[in-house]
Design a protein around this ligand. Structure first.
Ligand SMILES: Cc1ncc(COP(=O)(O)O)c(C=O)c1O
Length: 431
């Protein structure tokens, strides 16, 4: 069976079945690998051309050196450009990420975010972003992009489309050139939601008015493709720390960017090739393994998180719990949740009564749950955003964003929920 006939068979299955039913075979032609059911790991850094002519053509396609009548796929050249494990992984990611055509995978979530932003923005342009964002992304926005002449403007997570539209117009009137609006929703670690559909509509209306592209990028790390589909809601790019739910086992650092074919193939991947931010084949293989269980892991973890949140809400030492959708019915956050999320996921943050002393005492007393940063894995992890993941933020701004000393961030894993609660209970009881 040729590669093309496998592609046809894949399309047949894709039309008829759900992503979780075909993910373990999609995008891979076993006949090209001795019939191996699971793709071998292609560690080769380079790939042999069948002729010099084919080599020339491959570079023409990969480097966009020549316009072809019919769009061609670059053949395998060199692992910084493309690699079988990464191509299979990218195809499989698009199965889950509704509304996207292509994916590019990276050596980390930060590599994905940085490459995507650098590929689309130029010096003299500006990026507006919802705040808070993950500490590393915040550092990129506050300290690195401005050094390259890219202005970055924060607005509070949850800001409406109308307000974002006003901000864009204000930027334009002041002589800046907005090029991108970056949303992290739910925000790490507050779980505040921003309305992707409303903001995308406002941004694209503005783009039409100024006759320049202005794109919306959404960091979907917290909810993953299971619970939220930003591209279906109008976002142009979806970015991930694949280290988190996509990987799911806390054993791989990776990132991904998904979107329309032209944007990924002609823009983002060109920058990935030159910046060298591509994922390694072995990490690609680990992620392929992870995707087979993505739905069951995320479903189990989300159910667990629901139980944990119910329990936390009733605990006398807990002042407040942040969890997507966990607000009174009349709260605008509830409306956003119901419109754009298929589930709440498994990321929770909560405020303990007291301060840093109480927070540290709790964290130090955990036994089953581990005191570690990162999230989305099958093991429950807890951390202190103010002194760990978000310690880089300006202290005053951090507190204003709700990230104070009392806050704990919890990534609920796949253990039995009663065991997780038992552990939290004993940690909260510790004097
Ligand atoms: C929401 C979010 N985006 C991006 C990143 C960065 O990802 P990575 O650590 O894979 O570079 C993180 C990391 O914690 C994150 O939580």
């Amino acid at each position: 069976m040729s590669k093309a006939s496998y592609r046809n068979a894949d399309q047949y299955l894709k039309k008829r079945h759900r992503p979780e039913s075909i993910v373990s075979t999609y995008g891979y032609a076993p006949a090209l690998s001795e019939g191996a059911l699971v793709p071998p790991i292609f560690l080769s850094s380079t790939f042999i051309f069948s002729s010099a002519e084919e080599g020339e053509r491959s570079f023409q396609v990969a480097y966009h050196l020549k316009k072809f009548k019919k769009r061609r796929e670059p053949s395998l050249i060199y692992t910084r450009l493309n690699n079988p494990n990464l191509e299979i992984l990218e195809d499989r990611l698009t199965l889950f990420e509704k509304g996207t055509e292509r994916a590019a995978v990276f050596s980390s979530g930060m590599a994905a975010i940085t490459t995507a932003i650098l590929s689309l923005t130029r010096s003299g342009e500006s990026v507006l972003y919802s705040a808070p964002v993950y500490g590393g992304t915040d550092y990129l926005f506050v300290h690195i992009l401005p050094r390259l002449g890219i202005r970055t403007v924060p607005f509070p997570a949850g800001t409406s489309g109308t307000e974002v539209s006003k901000l864009l117009q204000k930027e334009e009137a002041a002589g800046h050139r907005p090029r991108m609006v970056f949303l992290e929703t739910p925000a790490n670690p507050t779980c505040t939601l921003t309305d992707i559909e409303e903001v995308s509509r406002a941004v694209h209306a503005f783009a039409k008015k100024v006759r320049r592209p202005v794109d919306v990028a959404v960091d979907n790390t917290f909810l993953g493709p299971m619970w939220q589909s930003p591209a279906e809601l109008g976002a142009d790019l979806v970015v991930y720390s694949a280290t988190k739910f996509l990987g799911g086992h806390s054993d791989v650092v990776a990132g991904a960017v998904l979107g329309r074919r032209e944007m990924i193939e002609d823009v983002v991947k060109v920058y990935r090739t030159i910046l060298g931010t591509v994922l390694g084949p072995f990490e690609g293989y680990l992620l392929l393994r992870s995707l087979d269980t993505l739905k069951m892991r995320m479903t189990a973890q989300s159910i667990n998180a629901g139980h944990v949140v119910d329990w936390l809400e009733r605990h006398p030492k807990v002042a407040q719990v942040n969890f997507p959708g966990l607000v009174p019915a009349q709260d605008p956050q509830r409306r956003i949740f119901e419109r754009q999320c298929r589930g709440p996921g498994s990321m929770v943050s909560f405020y303990l009564k007291g301060g840093k002393r109480e927070a540290f005492r709790f964290l130090n007393a955990l036994r089953l749950a581990k005191l570690a940063v990162s999230l989305g894995g099958t093991k429950t992890l807890a951390e202190h955003p103010a002194t760990m993941t978000h310690s880089d933020l300006d202290p005053k701004e951090r507190v204003a964003l709700g990230i104070d000393d009392r806050m704990i961030r919890l990534s609920v894993g796949a253990e039995h929920y009663k065991d997780i609660i038992q552990d939290l209970e004993q940690a909260l009881r510790t004097p």
